[in-house]
Design a protein around this ligand. Structure first.
Ligand code: SF4
Length: 431
């Protein structure tokens, strides 16, 4: 049972949600730019095996979640994370969340990664940017592939020479809304003061628990621009970046990445421990969490790539063969989330079985409630659980909306209020 002496709402700023009605806890760990050192990965495995259930969940924003934690373990867990330079501060609640970084590994990934790490250091745990009306999401992408800039409060897209297009006021949830282009080609050193001004405007003018997109709708884009300009008046115009500011991994060279598939982002700690050992020995010491909830090695050259693939095969862990499986982002749904309306992992397996050859070529996503943590609107084909209705036996049955994305914006509804059987029939014909 939940402990009545614990203020679960306050715990959120430390990256902790109440996972279920029994009072078990979920901890979300920020992974700066989604890049994890072998040592950090091994520490997360230790914590998972000692305090959680020996599994971990990779999110679409490059964070790692642990479930089934006790309140009594939290202080020890926080200290152990701090020992390897990790924190969960601001990973939930009204704060600047983990800075998501490009995992398309497009040219410029290295530059985007260095900026994401810089923004993480500036905003994580900074009290000036906590206690916000709701979450505030920032991403850095190396290019426009994937369109993740559209769903952020601030989405930064590298356009070359350490300059970024800045998009603001996007978000998903019950009222999905793509962000709009605030300013083109902003120099890197101007970004922190600009993001600070956006956060201050948001805090000052938005009622809880609304996001920046609500303010944009209420006052209009032009007025929001003025509010942000007001906040910039008198504030520093730029922040010096250090000469040694750098990424932890190189941009993938011609050798590309070696991707390790993690179905639904659900990974036994024992597997991560073995992957971390391979990364330490052969992969430059780091692993990246991808937007599709997989893990990636970034080999420095073709020889290193072959060595990583051989080590994976020798330990019984197979790298993904290109195109072998449809890419499928899957939120935990009611397997692990209190908001979940359906067993998303089970349903996604049924969907995969139902797909035809053309459907398997698409990227897929399923979210267990309208919050859309799996970013359903950005997949080629998306499945959203919108509600659960009681059947004749009193059991709750999910209803689905099927979306299809073909342009540059969000996916559009193909069909709504589908039963599971309707959904499986509909996806079978998709391509
Ligand atoms: S989309 Fe809903 S069910 Fe899925 S993880 Fe997010 S809040 Fe939970």
């Amino acid at each position: 049972m939940p402990d009545s002496t614990i203020d679960y709402q306050k715990l959120r700023l430390d990256g902790i949600y109440q996972q279920n009605a029994e009072g078990d806890l979920m901890l979300r760990i920020k992974i700066p730019a989604g890049v994890l050192s072998a040592e950090q990965a091994a520490k997360i495995c230790d914590i998972s095996e000692r305090f959680s259930n020996g599994n971990l969940h990779l999110t679409t924003r490059g964070s790692v979640e642990l479930h089934w934690l006790d309140y009594a373990s939290l202080a020890t867990v926080a200290a152990q994370l701090a020992a390897v330079g990790l924190t969960s501060r601001g990973a939930c609640g009204g704060a600047v969340r983990g800075i998501a970084c490009s995992t398309t590994f497009a040219p410029g990934f290295e530059t985007a990664q260095a900026l994401a790490r810089r923004l993480h250091r500036h905003f994580a745990g900074n009290p000036h940017f906590e206690g916000l009306p709701k979450k505030f999401k920032v991403s850095v992408d190396a290019g426009y592939q994937g369109a993740r800039h559209l769903i952020q409060d601030v989405g930064l897209v590298h356009v070359g020479d350490r300059h970024y297009d800045v998009w603001i006021a996007g978000g998903l949830g019950r009222e999905p809304q793509p962000g709009f282009l605030f300013e083109k080609r902003v120099a890197e050193e101007r970004l922190i003061p600009l993001i600070e001004a956006v956060v201050r405007s948001y805090r000052k003018h938005t009622p809880p628990p609304k996001r920046l997109k609500f303010l944009a709708n209420q006052v209009g884009q032009e007025r929001l621009r003025e509010l942000i300009r007001d906040e910039q008046t008198g504030a520093p115009e730029s922040f010096a970046f250090r000469l040694l500011e750098q990424s932890l991994t190189p941009s993938p060279a011609a050798a590309g990445i070696v991707e390790f598939p993690v179905f639904a982002g659900e990974l036994p700690a024992a597997d991560l421990r073995r992957l971390a050992a391979i990364a330490a020995e052969l992969g430059g010491g780091f692993l990246a969490v991808t937007a599709n909830q997989n893990l990636a090695f970034i080999p420095v050259d073709g020889t290193s790539r072959q060595a990583i693939e051989a080590a994976l095969a020798a330990s019984g862990l197979e790298a993904a063969a290109p195109g072998a499986e449809a890419a499928f982002r899957i939120c935990p749904g009611s397997h692990l989330c209190r908001m979940g309306l359906a067993l998303t992992r089970d349903i996604s397996r049924q969907v995969l079985d139902a797909l035809g050859p053309k459907g398997r070529m698409l990227s897929w996503a399923i979210s267990g409630c309208p919050n859309s943590c799996a970013q359903v609107q950005l997949a080629d084909a998306g499945i959203l659980v919108t509600k659960a209705v009681k059947d004749a036996n009193g059991e709750r049955q999910p209803r689905f909306t099927l979306l299809r994305r073909q342009g540059e914006g969000f996916g559009e509804n193909l069909a709504s209020d589908l039963t599971l059987n309707d959904l499986l029939q509909a996806v079978a014909g998709l391509g």
